[in-house]
Design a protein around this ligand. Structure first.
Ligand SMILES: *[C@@H]1O[C@H](CO)[C@@H](O)[C@H](O)[C@H]1NC(C)=O
Ligand SMILES: *[C@@H]1O[C@H](CO)[C@@H](O)[C@H](O)[C@H]1NC(C)=O
Length: 427
């Protein structure tokens, strides 16, 4: 019997000495130890986990693989191919749906039934620029770590676990991962032609693992003023577009927009102003880009905007995506709720399904140069998605949909069988 086994001493030191030279010339990695001891030696699971917490976790390693493949909107080809192969490897039936050249949505389900009760969905594109993956003991950095590859990874693992636990089977849940969410929503808009109508759709976006009660709508427009250039010493010979724009923007910034009890106030951002040529020239042209996050009715809001600039010498040009506030379902017990001020793919998927919006990470770090997610938020999200999926299939207890009544009232509905729910349009 040896007094001290250098190899076991190496094990003890391993996690703390990754950057140090180990005593007795022991290599500082699991692989190195295995080769020191011969291939037959099995490294205990807890040592492996400690030495490499990412590779040994199905959740963290899936998340890492997704982040390591850059997928800024427009360039989702690589991540789409990788994800399709991953899901096929997990025995899902995988369909790819072309959105534009090279860019595909990934639709996956068990067996043959693509018209599942519940759809779990998120997006695989990110905002620019690509930021490489980096993990510390409790935080993971990188573009998409939060928005929305954190949601994608935890959704997939949640579904895999429910399958392994034999909680769900063919016909229950499908997965849809779309391109283009960060710009035009072209991925989700295209997904409308996939065919199936689902009963419930769980959207993944950073909601701090809280169930969203809804998110604001969006209206974007340019304000354009046209003038006539002249020498600044003879302003009467010209028309100053800048002056017209300033007057219009002042009114726009001070207009009173409709609000809502659920989502609060609308917000107005004059994000870009351009105009004029030089200080000594009367400005011939000026424009500004305005983005409104709507809490109130879309048509009423558009009416107010048009009235505000009525009679002023400016034109409005409405752009891109326009939609009203979105209310999402939050009738599931034991979730904290959150109101979101950002846009999602929720309005782009048509149908009268229940709509849940939930995911790990905070919108405050998404899109930033320091995008990150806590490892603990990812694991919590897996549990959250599992609970949401089960509740979408077999609701147990409902809370009323109006937030301020949640505290006062408690409507308890006895557990309902699956077939009863499927036939119940009001669910
Ligand atoms: C996939 O299905 C095959 C055949 O049914 C089975 O042998 C294999 O273990 C499954 N793989 C996974 C990852 O579930
Ligand atoms: C597919 O699944 C849905 C939802 O579970 C079910 O209503 C439908 O009957 C299934 N279709 C087939 C062909 O099994």
């Amino acid at each position: 019997m040896k007094l001290i086994d250098p190899a076991s001493l190496g094990f003890l030191l391993l996690p703390f000495t990754q950057a140090l030279q180990l005593p007795f010339g022991i290599p500082g990695s699991v692989q190195g130890i295995r080769s020191t001891l011969g291939a037959s030696f099995k490294v205990p699971e807890f040592i492996k986990k400690f030495a490499d917490p990412i590779s040994t976790s199905p959740l963290y390693s899936l998340h890492r693989s997704l982040i390591e493949i850059p997928s800024v909107t427009g360039n989702e080809k690589g991540v789409g191919e990788w994800l399709a192969a991953y899901l096929m490897g997990k025995n899902f039936t995988v369909e790819t749906q072309a959105v534009s050249e090279d860019r595909v949505n990934i639709f996956a389900y068990l067996g043959k039934n693509r018209t599942t009760h519940t759809l779990v969905t998120s997006h695989i594109d990110t905002v620019p620029p690509f930021i490489p993956y980096k993990a510390t003991s409790n935080t993971i950095y990188g573009r998409g770590s939060n928005d929305a590859k954190g949601s994608v990874a935890s959704q997939i693992i949640a579904v895999e676990e429910l399958i392994t636990e034999e909680v769900i089977s063919e016909g229950d849940v499908s997965l849809l991962f779309v391109v283009g969410e960060e710009t035009l929503g072209d991925g989700m808009k295209t997904a409308n032609s996939l065919g199936p109508k689902w009963r419930a759709v769980i959207f993944g976006e950073p909601t701090e693992n809280k169930l969203a009660v809804g998110h604001k709508g969006i209206v974007m427009f340019d304000v354009i003023a046209k003038g006539k250039a002249s020498h600044s010493g003879y302003p009467q010979l010209g028309v100053n577009a800048n002056s017209h724009l300033i007057e219009a923007l002042y009114k726009i910034e001070h207009m009173i927009l409709p609000k809502s009890d659920l989502l609060g106030e609308s917000t107005i951002n004059i994000g870009l102003i351009q105009g004029g040529v030089a200080a000594n020239i009367v400005s011939p042209y000026a424009s500004a880009s305005v983005l409104i996050r709507l809490a109130g009715d879309l048509d009423e809001t558009l009416e107010v905007i048009k009235k505000t600039v009525h009679g002023l010498p400016v034109e409005l040009k409405f752009l891109g995506v326009t939609y009203g506030p979105q209310e999402t379902d939050h009738d599931v017990e034991n979730f904290e709720t959150i109101i979101c001020s950002y846009g999602t793919d929720v309005p782009n998927l048509h149908g009268d399904h229940k709509r849940y919006l939930y995911g790990p990470g905070s919108i405050f770090t998404a899109h930033s140069g320091n995008e990150y997610i806590l490892k603990s938020d990812l694991t919590e999200a897996v549990a959250g998605y599992k609970r949401l999926i089960k509740e979408s299939l077999w609701p147990t207890k409902r809370v009323p949909a109006i937030v301020d009544k949640v505290i006062k009232e408690e409507t308890v509905i006895a557990p309902v069988s699956r077939s009863a729910i499927v036939g119940d349009k009001s669910s």
